[in-house]
Design a protein around this ligand. Structure first.
Ligand code: TRP
Length: 336
């Protein structure tokens, strides 16, 4: 068996928050340093286009996500870090795969179905209201991302699992027609303990508007942490760690012995206000050095651009010859 190739994409529609950090950024950055692993990480800006209409937001998000990953120590010598839109082979492969995708398969995509369902509930005459073709065929673009680099493992959240299953379907159908050319990937689903709750206690997500931006400045960080929802248990009363967003966030950042210490303080009835202060100070200290680096990158977008261009060059060492092979297989060939 050849070595596993890990690949994952980040849609450029928002500002990185601490939920992204704990669930995806931190584990990916760790993995990027592992010389025994081959990793591809990319900004899925064509995917962002399917979801967002505001050009400034897509561009800004691309800068913020890149700056965050670089500031946190992504190893760009070992891992391949690039922007999807810098790889012209990806949209070409998307079209070739579109030919191999049953319309019925796309009809079954959860995200598409959820939108149709919402429309049926709101405007019964037009179930497809607001749904553009990019959103509808989003899973085919994602299949191209994955298959373009022969990846075997795709780390994603649970909500993306179906898309990886669809990628497998599409690739198998392609191989059945054209020979054994595409590599069949597998989803790697992060464990649920890595999912943080947000300010209101629901999953931290930009769609709920309940996030704590990873590089919020000190003042904003304090303000947001003070807003985290708690229950009405009084200071001095023992508190339950199993139902506490403050505890979960602390645990995601702190060392095991520090976590045990906090568990004791919960038993002893720490006041919520005090716990918020403890959490603020901890996260602030933890993030401070990277925050300065982040700001340096934000202020120097040309430097970020250079890193991305270099990443794309590395990525295209694979995608250019591989796409040639794929084009040849489907009959798109030079005539002489
Ligand atoms: N659709 C993914 C998300 O919204 C992002 C993504 C795009 C992706 N292409 C990918 C993830 C390829 C893994 C592999 O989170």
């Amino acid at each position: 068996m050849t070595q596993d190739i890990y690949l994952t994409g980040i849609t450029t529609t928002g500002t990185p928050h601490i939920g992204n950090y704990v669930g995806a950024i931190r584990p990916c950055i760790e993995a990027s340093k592992d010389k025994s692993k081959q990793n591809y990480y990319f900004l899925a800006d064509f995917h962002a286009l399917a979801k967002a209409e505001d050009p400034e937001r897509i561009a800004r998000s691309s800068l913020e996500i890149s700056a965050a990953w670089l500031a946190l120590g992504l190893d760009t010598d070992n891992a391949v870090f690039y922007r999807q839109s810098d790889i012209p082979e990806i949209p070409q492969l998307t079209w070739i795969l579109t030919r191999m995708t049953a319309k019925g398969l796309m009809n079954r995509a959860h995200s598409y179905k959820a939108q149709v369902q919402a429309n049926v509930e709101k405007y019964s005459q037009d179930p497809d209201k607001g749904i553009n073709m990019a959103l509808y065929s989003y899973p085919i673009l994602m299949a191209a991302d994955i298959l373009m680099f022969k990846s075997t493992k795709v780390p994603v959240g649970r909500d993306q699992k179906q898309h990886v299953e669809m990628t497998r379907d599409i690739a198998q159908r392609f191989n059945h027609h054209y020979g054994d050319i595409l590599v069949i990937p597998e989803a790697v689903i992060g464990d649920d303990t890595a999912v943080l709750a947000g300010l209101d206690g629901r999953k931290m997500s930009k769609s709920y508007d309940n996030t704590i931006p990873l590089f919020a400045d000190e003042k904003q960080l304090r303000k947001l942490i003070m807003k985290i929802k708690t229950n009405s248990i009084e200071p001095g009363e023992p508190k339950d760690i199993n139902d506490s967003t403050l505890y979960d966030i602390y645990k995601a950042f702190a060392q095991p012995d520090e976590v045990r210490e906090i568990e004791k303080r919960y038993e002893d009835g720490i006041a919520w206000g005090e716990m918020k202060q403890v959490l603020f100070e901890y996260i602030n200290e933890h993030i401070k050095p990277a925050r300065a680096e982040y700001q340096r990158y934000i202020d120097d977008p040309a430097e970020v651009e250079r890193v991305l261009v270099k990443g794309a060059e590395k990525a295209r060492e694979v995608s250019v010859p591989y796409l040639d092979q794929i084009r040849h297989a489907v009959g798109i060939r030079k005539l002489g």
